[in-house]
Design a protein around this ligand. Sequence first.
Ligand code: NDP
Length: 295
Amino acid sequence: MPAERIDGVAIAAKVRAQVAADAAALIAEGVVPGLTVVLVGDDPASAVYVASKEKACTAAGMRGETIRLPATTPEGELLAVIDRLNADPAVHGILVQMPVPRHIDAQQVIRRIDPRKDVDGFHPVNAGKVLIGDADGFAPCTPAGVQVMLVESGVETAGKEAVILGRSTIVGKPMAALLIQSGKGADCTVTICHSRTTNLAAHTRRADILIAAIGKPEMVTADMVKPGAVVIDVGINRVEDPGAPKGYRIVGDVKYDDVAQVASKITPVPGGVGPMTIAMLLANTVRAARLAHGR
Ligand code: NDP
């Protein structure tokens, strides 16, 4: 029987409805949750991401602002903008859209953001809080969204073998940190694999929950998946397709049609993890606003 498709669009809509309700409750108390996104340069993909973040904020009744800076902005000037936002009580969440131009040190930028406003969850303070299981921390939006998807789709995680492909600081590592905590959507036994892992398939075949975040189009094939496993595909890859209207199409890291014959549940690409990322950004921003006002 083909796997059940986990609908990221529907789960994200549920998260966003809750965010809108939480935002409305805060607004009734005189606090308008606000997210400021800083975009340096004119990368077209980044411009699209930033516009969708601002739109999502507004749709949830929150204040969404974008500060656009030229690609030539010196690092010091960007840091000064962050300092100003850190000090502004109307700004609850700050996000600097990555990648920043090469002359700017991204780590320096991330570290400059007040951890209480770091709704991307990239600051080392938040990475540490997520690792120790401190509920005060902000988890990066993509792995946090995956965890919500597991819970919302009724996946039992306790005691399960979770295998994560990819060890990036924005997906793989925080995903592992979330799944090893005790509690809902967690309590897993976690393995992280990366490009130096030998015999990758031996690891993936053990997985009750397989999470792919490697950025390699359709690399995970059916023979790598244990029958009945839950497969979460984080990958977003553009592949050439002369037959497609734009000349390309978007695929994940998992060969969906084949793996769906083996897995019990699976996320599609697009329409899986992607929509969860913005939903979790909004959720983090509302929580930042609540914490800032002692609610
Ligand atoms: P990175 O490039 O930062 O990390 C990729 C990871 O995959 C690395 O740890 C790398 O190992 C590992 N890897 C690469 N090739 C292999 C291989 N053949 N076997 C095993 N491991 C391998 O990517 P990100 O974590 O930023 O993103 C991963 C994917 O998720 C991308 O497709 C990205 O577009 C997508 N993404 C989607 C989001 C969403 O909202 N849905 C958000 C963020 C990312 P090593 O460390 O050894 O190099």
